[in-house]
Design a binder for this molecule. Sequence first.
Ligand SMILES: NC(=O)c1ccc[n+]([C@@H]2O[C@H](COP(=O)([O-])OP(=O)(O)OC[C@H]3O[C@@H](n4cnc5c(N)ncnc54)[C@H](O)[C@@H]3O)[C@@H](O)[C@H]2O)c1
Length: 432
Amino acid sequence: MEHTIKPATGKLGVLIVGLGGAVSTTFVAGTLAVRKGLAQPIGSLTQLATIRLGKREENKFPKIKDIIPLTALPDVVFGGWDIFAEDAYAAAIHAEVLDEKDLNGVKDELKSIRPMPAVFDQEWVKRLHGTHIKQEPTRWELAQAVRKDIQEFKKANGCDRIVVLWSASTEVYLPMGAAHQSLAVFEQAMKDNDCAAISPSMCYAYAAISEGCPYIMGAPNLCVDIPAMWELAAQKKVAICGKDYKTGQTMIKTVLSPMLKRLMLGLAGWFSTNILGNRDGEVLDDPDSFKTKEVSKLSVIDTILQPELYPELYGNIYHKVRINYYPPRKDNKEGWDNIDIIGWMGYPMQLKVDFLCRDSILAAPLCLDLVLFADLAQRAGMFGIQDWLSFYFKSPMHDFEHIPEHDLFIQYTKLKNTLRKMIGEETLDYID
Ligand SMILES: NC(=O)c1ccc[n+]([C@@H]2O[C@H](COP(=O)([O-])OP(=O)(O)OC[C@H]3O[C@@H](n4cnc5c(N)ncnc54)[C@H](O)[C@@H]3O)[C@@H](O)[C@H]2O)c1
């Protein structure tokens, strides 16, 4: 069914929580460099990928950005919040992801982007000690302060629309509880300042959705993945999506697991370990924050392999994930996978993967696609959980009636078919 999509007129404000982080600064600097013609948007579907329209023999493969009414990069304005006050240039230098020569081309623009004071609580990210923090006494008042920030940013920058992206640190593990079950109890818990149930990230999400701004959760935080937020998103008709960018090791898992399953090869064990030395690695060195990440990383294999349907192949898998903080590597993560597979008549084999990646270089194009697609969904009137964006997430959000889809290629087909439907084109049942 074709959607009526409001045109992308005027400016799109992209407000990033964790503006000074490695991923955020790499995303912002790269986007500014691309729009000045100084860099290529490698890794971004919205900027580079094509989409087949019609029958194969028609040979119609336009670029997504030429056929889907996305916001153009020159219309994007960046802002956000961080617990440290340094501007985006100083933060990017600090993050040590991009070389100074690449940052210098957009130095003035980066210097002009300064974070607003953050909603922060040390209990939720134990390894960081922020200095640029809001002082409102309750979670409710903190959320109201963030709403005011959004309104003022929108006005000051002449924005037509705003999208809010969480690219800040992973909070400690929080299971869904009573305070999250409905909007009424959630709002009461905010007013009662129930700091154990309401995380700082929830204050940003509540504020964004209340202001009619799509909210994207790039970390594994529970945050927007609760019935109270789904209710608010439905009430305000706002698009939400998450959780946890799917970039390195987990992305590889969602490609290799379907391969094993398609070949009916068994799996005995999957041991994944990582070394990384950036601030994210330091935060994840805290066992409570690691627990949030671990849950997100572990969910993938079972959902793809369906051990309940194939007990002889996948009924007894040993799956382990480790992240080790190792400062010398900075943002250049190394992820090893040892995969013990089982072949004909039960004979064992092994697969080894050693991915020498750069965490923020992989995540930045996802941030760009997510903000442009979330804004598109919002203009198309698609509110609530955007499961067509599961392609980008380790733990795709889903309500109680749906199961998540983890297979990268099924996710990819769904993403493209949603785009086709939006513009009234026929869908395809295989990958183009
Ligand atoms: N490939 C990837 O890099 C990848 C993949 C999946 C998920 N993630 C997640 O993305 C997030 C960002 O990663 P990163 O490497 O940029 O981390 P980072 O530590 O470099 O950046 C996080 C930023 O958030 C800020 N911050 C923390 N709490 C905040 C709060 N309450 N309000 C505002 N700012 C706050 C920190 O000061 C820091 O500047 C992490 O949660 C990480 O787990 C990254």
